[in-house]
Design a protein around this ligand. Sequence first.
Ligand code: ATP
Ligand code: MG
Length: 321
Amino acid sequence: MDFKICTIGELLVEFLAKEHDQRFDKTGEFMGPFPSGAPAIFASQVAKLGFAVTFFSCVGKDAFGKMCIKRLKDDGVITDGIAIHNKASTGSAFVTYRGIDERDFIFNIPNSACGLLSFDHINEELLKDCNHLHVMGSSLYSFRVIDAMRKALDIVKSKGGTISFDPNLRKEMFDIPEMEASFDYILDYTDIFLPSQSEVSYFASNNQDSEQQIMSSLLNRGIKHIVVKCGSGGANYYGLDKQRQIYTLHVDSYTSEVIDPTGAGDCFGATFVSFMLAGYDIETALRYANASGALAVRQKGPMEGTSTLLQLQQFIASSSL
Ligand code: ATP
Ligand code: MG
């Protein structure tokens, strides 16, 4: 089936602390710049699978911006929707890993070129043949981007297109009030919902609700497919069968050596959404998405672990031996 995906949001460079438990308030060494930004990683992964994807963002007129655009172009992403601003620098993020499973960020997004992304950047001509929009919650960092997202959503929906939504909440972003308010709106239009396990309770209408109950009310609200990403625990799928009974499917993760977990969720989501749009069955889409997430954590750098279709096929084949 022919489809074209659109995504919108932050495009930035990331600097990665060299040491585990490296602090942000002490001088230390960082590796980078690495091209990054959740929707950018998503777009890279879709394009590397060989599917059409257009990305709307803003960078500064600087070497970081140039590097990010080149990287996405090389991966096959349509980059005509990325504006280059004279008056702001490309966004950036610093990341450090601590403890077993924790990660801290310092983001420079709303005050960078990404923060200027607005309604007017969403060029209808570029959206002409897009029939799917992927929304990253982390991209809803200002009222301007929310306006831009709504415009794209209205255009894609008015043509009968579909929407996927990954909340991608970061504790560093919790104090952005516009973001929270926009989640409810996006959920009303969401066809494929891709939260992390830690985000599920955020979508509960009642504190006592189990994961199953939360999923049930989201499905009854109109969402067609929900996949809860559980890191090394794999993923849980929820949908409704013909009798409108809840249908669940669990996949264990592929064992993987973890070098850098950032980006795994974005790769997983990109692969799941692409495979569903391409008409594969849910199990196949989950299997490939799971492989995509497993390969992502093996590479240092947020976008360095995106895979081609051939890499996924070879990984799945070698893992089932
Ligand atoms: P992020 O937002 O940081 O990109 P996420 O919370 O959205 O991450 P995760 O659940 O961490 O997403 O990872 C997505 C998927 O990647 C998992 O469901 C799993 O399939 C795969 N994955 C993640 N971590 C591992 C791991 N350690 N080993 C194998 N597979 C993994
Ligand atoms: Mg995520």
